[in-house]
Structure formats: C-alpha cells, structure tokens
Design a protein around this ligand. Structure first.
Ligand SMILES: [Zn+2]
Length: 321
C-alpha cells in the first residue's frame, strides 16, 4: 500500500476520501458520502442537466485515516463557522458587508472565523484536486514545488492525530496554528460566491488545466483564485471566470492572516458566469450530441431530422434560462 500523500509516514489506508471537502458540499446536493460532482469531460452522451455521468468525488488510498481525520477537523470548523452562517440572516452579526464603488458585487468579511484555518482548508482543496485522478480534475495539476509547499503546510498546520483521534479544542488549536503563521507566507487567494440563486444546485466543478497565475477553480457554489505570490494592483491575471477584471484586485484578495473577505457576486453576474460555461459545454458536446440526437430522432420519428429539428433539440435540452 502506498504511503499517505500528506504525512508520508503512515499507509494510505483510507477509502472514500472526499476530494471536494464537506465545505463545498451543500445540503441540497446530496447527503455526505454520496455527493456527486458534475462531470465535465468529452463523453459524447453527457448531459449535465440530468447529471448523467456524475461521479462520486471520492477516492481510495491517497491518505491515511489519521490525515483524513485531521482534514475533517478543520472542515467541521469551517462548515459550522463560515459555510453555514455566511448566507444566513440570523448570523449576520458575524459578518460585515463592504460595498464597492460602482459595483453590484460586494465584499463580506467574516469577523469571527479564523483566517488561517480557512486558508489551510483552501490549501487542502487545491492539494486534493491536484492529486485526484478522477475525471473531474484529471487535467489539473499543481507544479511539483507548489504541491510540496502545500503538503508541508498541510502536514504541519493540521491538528495532531494521537491515539486514533484528533481531540484538541478549537480555541487551543487556533492559537497554536497562529504561532505557525510563517507557513502561510506567500499564499493569497480570492474567494467568490453569491447570496442567492434561483437554482442553487446549478453549478460546475472544474479546475482550469492550464491557468496557473492564478489557479482558477470553480467548486459548485464557490470560485477560488489561488496565487503562490502576492497579486499586484494593475497586473492582468488569467481570469477564466471574468471576475478579476472588473475589480480592484487588492481589495478582494485575502492575504495570510487577514480577516476572510468573500466577494459576493450579484445574482445576474453569477448567472452570466454559469451561462458562459454552459455555452462552452454545449459547444464541446455538439459532435457527440449530434450523433445521439440523430439516432434517437430516427427511432422516435421514423424519418431523418432536419436542421430545425436539431436546433429545437438544442434549445429544449440546453435552455437559455
Ligand atoms: Zn497521513
């Protein structure tokens, strides 16, 4: 059995490791352990609406049980203190909204969530999807030196696993973590989500296979831009989701130890991001879809389809709204 990719000491005996972390799995998407990812690849019969071809985003034998529990510990904290509160009215006092000049998007700052734990969780996400051999993230890889930098950070910053459990109290863990601040130097990220969306199950999991400065990742309801160097004002960065260009990058970037700033993207802007992605998907699927459509059409109608039949099919299956 291979060694655990985090501690490099114990055997990687954990099955069903969650590659996407509890943090981004919303209750609407499925119960814990059965969550599915929208699979984006070039299978011809792929239809994202019905989630056909969805793959459970779990993998076996990458981590040891101990490291899996160490990651679950910080996931639990971030789910409770951030994910379950940031969009909930009755927890609004834990957050501060900062409006941006001439923007519908705004920043929501988390007043009570430890930013280093959050950065660490984001680091584990990148690390996990870089290791992942699942079709979803097959093409995404960190550079080996970046992967090792994150591995060291994750291994040294996660809580200890002793006598088959992680038992440190949150407050104690956070104060110990804040003494290891230097491990986080040079890591910056931007995180985006929305406040409200008519259909919150609509979303994609994708990590751009080529963009590195920054890494561009969408995981369901969040978008992350991750930098291994400090972003500079006025520089043009690789921006697959077209978010960065319309913002002052220094205002929305999270530096190590700063209070967590989440860019809350206005609903129509978020929908535009989804729509662009959907259009790319439709384009990419057309050759395979066309074959399937023709076969189905002949079976159902006993005649060859016309061009209008094809356009109707696309319209019905990939509606604009
Ligand atoms: Zn381990």
């Amino acid at each position: 059995m291979p060694l655990c990719a985090i501690c490099l000491q114990r055997e990687a005996d954990q099955t069903g490791s969650h590659m996407l972390s509890a943090f981004i799995i919303e209750s609407t998407v499925g119960e814990r352990g059965k969550e599915k990812g929208y699979l984006i690849d070039d299978e011809p019969n792929f239809d994202y609406r019905n989630n056909t071809g969805a793959a459970p985003v779990v993998e076996d034998y990458l981590f040891c049980r101990g490291c899996e529990q160490r990651m679950s510990y910080i996931e639990g904290y971030i789910c409770r203190e951030y994910r379950d509160k940031i969009k909930t009215e009755r927890f609004a006092q834990g957050f501060r909204d900062i409006h941006l000049p001439e923007q519908q998007d705004f920043i929501r700052e988390a007043k009570n969530v430890d930013p280093l734990v959050f950065t660490l969780l984001i680091a584990t996400l990148l690390f996990r999807i870089s290791l992942s051999s699942s079709k979803l993230f097959r093409e995404f890889e960190l550079r080996p030196d970046e992967q090792e930098q994150l591995r060291v950070l994750i291994n040294e910053a996660l809580p200890a696993y002793e006598n088959f459990k992680v038992k440190i109290k949150n407050n104690k863990y956070i104060s110990e973590l804040n003494q290891k601040r230097e491990l986080f130097e040079g890591l910056y990220y931007i995180i985006c989500t929305y406040d409200h969306l008519e259909n919150p199950t609509e979303g994609y999991n994708l990590a751009h296979p080529e963009f590195r400065l920054p890494y561009n990742i969408m995981l369901g309801q969040i978008i992350v831009f991750f930098f291994f160097e400090k972003p500079r004002a006025g520089a043009r960065y690789l921006d697959y989701f077209k978010v960065l260009d319309s913002h002052d990058i220094t205002a929305i970037t999270n530096a190590p130890g700063d209070k967590i700033k989440t860019l809350i993207i206005a609903e129509e802007n978020w929908k535009a991001i989804l729509e662009r992605e959907r259009n790319k998907l439709v384009e990419k699927k057309v050759p395979g879809l066309m074959n399937k459509f023709v076969a189905d059409f002949i079976r159902d109608h006993n005649r060859d389809p016309t061009n209008d039949d094809w356009l109707n099919y696309v319209k019905e299956n990939f509606p604009e709204e």
